[in-house]
Design a protein around this ligand. Structure first.
Ligand SMILES: C[S@@+](CC[C@H](N)C(=O)[O-])C[C@H]1O[C@@H](n2cnc3c(N)ncnc32)[C@H](O)[C@@H]1O
Length: 285
């Protein structure tokens, strides 16, 4: 199968040979269809995902991306102590625990019970920070207006939904005036390249402008995973439509001392192409 830029292990550069196990290709996928599929996918893959990436992420660290950018060094959120902070698509809650350790009142929200189960297991370690963890869809946040000072996401929810403008609108709604929303996603440029950490990942195979989502389906045609592309301009328009102001767009460079690959993120590609885009935005005062 072919996989697009994602948090998932890479497989091959070309689209979509059908197999008994299913098919991976590019075809339309609706909003509910995508959420349903991704909830099941993350539930089923939670153990494997943690086994593969848990040590890189660290159990109580805030790592923004496969380039290893650490919020301790980056400070993209600004001061967090004493603030109400929402983490969208928190997975196993690593960032939310780091935020709690810094004195924030952190809430980690995720669609997947399987990912949250890892978060709860890690919070049972003696002395572990204890953020609130809850299950919900980022497209319908279960909070009152103006509930949070800050919101953040490290590859959570946003790349997976068909209607990311809905996530932007919801985050804008629950943020207090002046609050920052910082989120990391796969850099849109990556969409044009095969999901391969090697040489094959350096040749454009798809149009950057083709928004048709990457979809996996089972033998019955049922969608089992979906990832959605937005161009850089689309992302900016999603933010503007939600009334958010873009303050910075961080494109972390591959660090000289990082050898560990993450899926299709490798030194080879990372030194030539951006892999991650981190949008630093604010709700106007
Ligand atoms: C790549 S993980 C990111 C989590 C964490 N930062 C990490 O690196 O492990 C993506 C997470 O987004 C969550 N997710 C996907 N769609 C979502 C949605 N609609 N609402 C909330 N969370 C969602 C998944 O369940 C998964 O835990």
């Amino acid at each position: 199968v072919d996989t697009q830029p994602s948090a998932r292990p890479p497989s091959g550069p070309a689209a979509a040979p059908a197999s008994s196990a299913g098919t991976a290709w590019f075809r339309p996928a609706g909003a509910q269809e995508s959420v349903r599929a991704n909830r099941s996918w993350w539930d089923a893959e939670a153990d494997e995902y943690y086994a593969e990436h848990g040590s890189f992420l660290g159990d109580d660290r805030f790592i923004w991306c496969p380039e290893g950018l650490d919020e301790t060094d980056a400070g993209l959120l600004g001061p967090v102590a004493g603030r109400d902070v929402l983490e969208v698509g928190c997975g196993a809650g690593q960032c939310s625990r780091w935020l709690t350790m810094q004195g924030a009142r952190a809430v980690g929200l995720d669609l997947s019970a399987g990912m949250l189960a890892w978060g709860r297991a890690l919070a049972r370690r003696p002395g572990s920070p204890q953020p609130v963890l809850l299950q919900a869809d980022a497209r319908r946040l279960p909070f009152a207006d103006d509930s949070f000072d800050l919101a953040c996401s490290a590859f959570g929810a946003v790349p997976f939904v068909a209607d990311p403008w809905q996530v932007m609108a919801e985050v804008a709604r629950v943020l207090r005036r002046g609050g920052r929303w910082v989120f990391a996603v796969t850099h849109p440029v990556r969409w044009a390249f095969p999901d391969d950490p090697g040489e094959a990942g350096l040749t454009v195979l798809r149009s950057y402008f083709d928004r048709t989502p990457y979809v996996e389906e089972d033998g019955t045609g049922r969608t089992t995973y979906a990832e959605h592309h937005r161009t850089l301009g689309d992302r900016v328009r999603d933010l503007a439509g939600a009334g958010l102001v873009l303050e910075d767009l961080v494109e972390p460079q591959w660090p000289p001392d990082l050898e560990q690959e993450w899926g299709s993120w490798s030194r080879l590609r990372g030194e030539l192409l951006p892999g991650t885009a981190i949008f630093v935005t604010r709700k106007p005062s």
